[in-house]
Design a protein around this ligand. Structure first.
Ligand SMILES: Nc1ncnc2c1ncn2[C@@H]1O[C@H](COP(=O)(O)OP(=O)(O)OP(=O)(O)O)[C@@H](O)[C@H]1O
Ligand SMILES: [Mg+2]
Length: 276
């Protein structure tokens, strides 16, 4: 134990503080207010075009909702943004200068794009607090463990995140004991610990109760501005609560883009949804 304490004393020193923000400030160029710009993206799977000349721009701090029928290409779009899938054509820029199609998945995450998958990847046997601690960006040269003493700044960040995701009262509970909705919030909290600039959330309220869904909406609204969010959802009440611009995807490209009421009244959008 004494060895671990010694290590943690080292780990909480100035050296770690200086290297914990891994993205060099200014590296993400937001001079044109656009954080993500997809231009003419196409992705084919055995000749089938999952994305077809997709062009989309997300502003810095924006909360954008993406809707569209099953198979429209929503998840594939997130796969392209995160580097999991390489497009056959088109460019994808993060800020003005980072070409996502040339970066690895790890580099993209490191640059500040966080993605939430539907199945939470939390550590069930660890406490909620420990999960957030483990999710932090850390200096890999300093070996950390759950037994190390964390500095006050880190504790404050974890406490702030716990409040934000409404799990302050559950900090010491095992993550595995949380409800489905709470596990999703913890997963979002773990993403936030990595200080992402852009958050991609694919069907974040699937399986949540109505109350959990509404609280998730409040959380996303509180994150917008500081972060940019791209939310894919089928739950229209949730989209309405979020209230931002809505992009309708259909057959791999943008069919309509406006506020929810306007796209819902668009005959082409109605046809796509009714024609399923
Ligand atoms: N790895 C893959 N190989 C082959 N086809 C794929 C692959 N990934 C996606 N597709 C196909 O691409 C199309 C778009 O799929 P995608 O998962 O992006 O749709 P989605 O809009 O997310 O749908 P949903 O609302 O059902 O989640 C679908 O027809 C799907 O079957
Ligand atoms: Mg999908």
């Amino acid at each position: 134990m004494s060895i671990q304490l010694t290590e943690s004393a080292h780990g909480s020193g100035g050296e770690q503080a200086a290297t914990s923000h891994l993205l060099v400030p200014g590296e993400l160029d937001l001079s044109h207010q656009v954080i993500l710009y997809l231009d003419g993206i196409s992705v084919s799977f055995d000749g089938f075009k999952a994305l077809d000349d997709l062009t989309l721009a997300i502003d810095a701090g924006e909360l954008r909702c993406i809707i569209g029928p099953n198979g429209a290409g929503k998840t594939t779009m997130m796969d392209v943004i995160t580097g999991k899938t390489r497009p056959d054509a088109g460019t994808a820029f993060f800020g003005q200068t980072l070409d996502l199609t040339r970066l690895t998945e790890a580099e993209i995450a490191h640059a500040g794009i966080g993605r939430k998958f539907q199945k939470p990847t939390i550590f069930e046997s660890h406490s909620v607090f420990e999960n957030l601690e483990l999710a932090m960006k850390t200096d890999k040269r300093v070996r950390r463990s759950l037994f190390s003493v964390i500095d006050d700044q880190t504790k404050d960040r974890i406490s702030d995140t716990l409040r934000l995701i409404r799990l302050a009262a559950d900090a010491d509970r095992a993550a595995g004991a949380l409800s489905h909705g709470q596990k999703q919030w913890l997963e979002i909290g773990m993403l936030l610990m990595q200080e992402p600039k852009l958050l991609l959330l694919d069907e974040p309220v699937a399986g949540m109760t109505d109350e959990e869904t509404e609280r998730t909406g409040e959380l996303f609204l509180s994150l917008a501005g500081k972060h940019s969010l791209v939310v894919v959802e089928h739950d229209m009440a949730f989209i309405e609560q979020l209230g931002g611009k809505v992009t309708v995807l259909h057959e791999g490209s943008v069919l309509a883009e406006d506020n929810l009421a306007t796209v819902q009244a668009d005959p082409r959008v109605i046809e796509v949804y009714l024609g399923r």
